[in-house]
Design a protein around this ligand. Structure first.
Ligand SMILES: NC(=O)c1ccc[n+]([C@@H]2O[C@H](COP(=O)([O-])OP(=O)(O)OC[C@H]3O[C@@H](n4cnc5c(N)ncnc54)[C@H](OP(=O)(O)O)[C@@H]3O)[C@@H](O)[C@H]2O)c1
Length: 363
């Protein structure tokens, strides 16, 4: 199979680095161009990340000598090297919005890890196992942008990936009325390690800016429907959340309480629904898709962040401790890898879905 030529904007950052390690030896995608800010432009990738490489595996050989483009100044040269690009940059929201539209208008599809376009009504925000049908909105978006091939598709925030995957099949089958969630989030979600954020050792910080809003509102778009060229958010279940930063390198955990809209299913029915759930990513056997999306652990000591976050390449969701509650119908615990499933891995999986469904073209 001819591989798609792929670029990464924000290649020097935490998520950018993760993209490059995931794309090393990818069966469908090959990295052919890299871009970042003027600070890194003109340097080889190896030079640019010297002293700030945060991955546990070495810098991929194939990109070490690639010279980084300045995405502002060298946009035409950058897009001429690639079929589509990933984007994960640290910039102001309006600047990211403008940048991503500028790239898309060059007929270069953008698969973004940034939050800037998550609520643009004709930009699909997709978890391939949950709302793959939302990619159909791309036709409307292309009309607005005036493009034939170019578009923007985004992945959702990392915090919700520990509980929305578990709620989704239950919502579909039984209907959910409300959920209360507390997330315990890793420091890599802030682009940090214990070396760069020593204050986090032996500490918990009870605030992550913007995270609770994302945790409550983004699921409403994931479960929304396409109407007249827009994705219209749902309003059920009602979700309330608290998001805490905990001293963990990778892996977001969520403690979840949920109530059903009608008669509640039994514990066995819930476990069976989770065990049997397959999304479009599994049906299409996408290269990065976990074989089993939702893993339930019977031992109440599991899932544990350190032991289960890397399950199925960090792309599976681990669940446990499902039991009845006195105020809600049930409660349980969920875990996902925030920089794999929750960030770059989710972006790569979305790109695989878009390729398999015919939205990405070899130029
Ligand atoms: N960390 C996570 O787990 C996570 C999860 C989900 C989503 N995200 C999102 O992903 C994005 C990147 O996060 P990160 O943690 O990887 O950030 P980061 O480590 O701070 O990296 C930021 C990247 O953006 C580039 N950049 C900054 N200003 C730029 C400009 N004006 N033009 C072009 N490139 C520019 C930087 O390039 P230079 O090296 O040249 O400055 C660098 O490559 C953010 O929007 C973040 O919210 C992060």
């Amino acid at each position: 199979m001819e591989k798609y030529k792929v670029g990464v904007v924000g290649c020097t950052g935490m998520v950018g680095q993760r993209f490059l390690t995931l794309l090393e030896n990818h069966p469908w995608f090959q990295v052919t161009a890299l871009a970042a800010s003027a600070r890194s432009a003109g340097q080889t990738y190896a030079q640019a990340v010297e002293g700030r490489w945060k991955m546990s595996t070495p810098v991929p050989e194939a990109v070490k000598e690639m010279v980084i483009y300045d995405i502002e100044k060298d946009l035409d040269a950058y897009v001429s090297q690639i079929d589509f690009t990933f984007c994960a940059v640290n910039m102001k929201k309006d600047a990211i919005k403008a940048l991503e539209e500028k790239i898309a208008k060059k007929e270069c599809p953008v698969i973004s890890n940034n939050s800037a376009h998550r609520f643009t009504p004709d930009v699909p925000m997709v978890v391939p196992e949950i709302n793959p049908q939302h990619i159909q909105i791309i036709e409307s978006q292309r009309k607005r942008l005036g493009t034939k091939l170019g578009f923007i598709a985004v992945k959702s925030n990392c915090s919700l990936q520990s509980y929305v995957p578990a709620l989704h099949p239950l919502r579909e089958k039984y209907g959910l009325s409300k959920a209360l969630v507390t997330t315990y989030q890793a420091i890599s979600g802030a682009g940090k390690t214990f070396q760069t954020w020593p204050e986090m050792v032996d500490n918990v910080i009870p605030y992550i800016g913007g995270e609770e809003e994302k945790s409550e509102q983004e699921p409403m778009k994931l479960w929304g429907t396409i109407q007249d060229g827009k994705i219209v958010n749902t309003d059920t279940p009602n979700i309330t959340s608290q998001c805490l930063r905990v001293p963990v390198s990778d892996g977001h955990m969520a403690a979840v309480f949920m109530s059903f809209a009608g008669e509640k299913p039994s514990i066995e029915e819930i476990k069976e629904t989770w065990a049997n759930y397959k999304g479009r990513a599994q049906e299409l056997e996408l290269p990065s898709a976990p074989k089993q999306f939702l893993h339930y652990f019977e031992d109440p000591n599991y899932p544990q962040t350190k032991l289960q976050r890397d399950l199925e390449g960090g792309m599976a969701i681990s669940l446990g401790r499902l039991r009845e509650d006195t105020q809600y119908d049930y409660k349980f615990v969920g875990l996902s890898h925030n920089t794999l499933r929750g960030a770059a891995g989710g972006g790569v999986l979305l790109a695989e879905l878009l390729a398999a469904e015919g939205y990405l073209i070899h130029k």
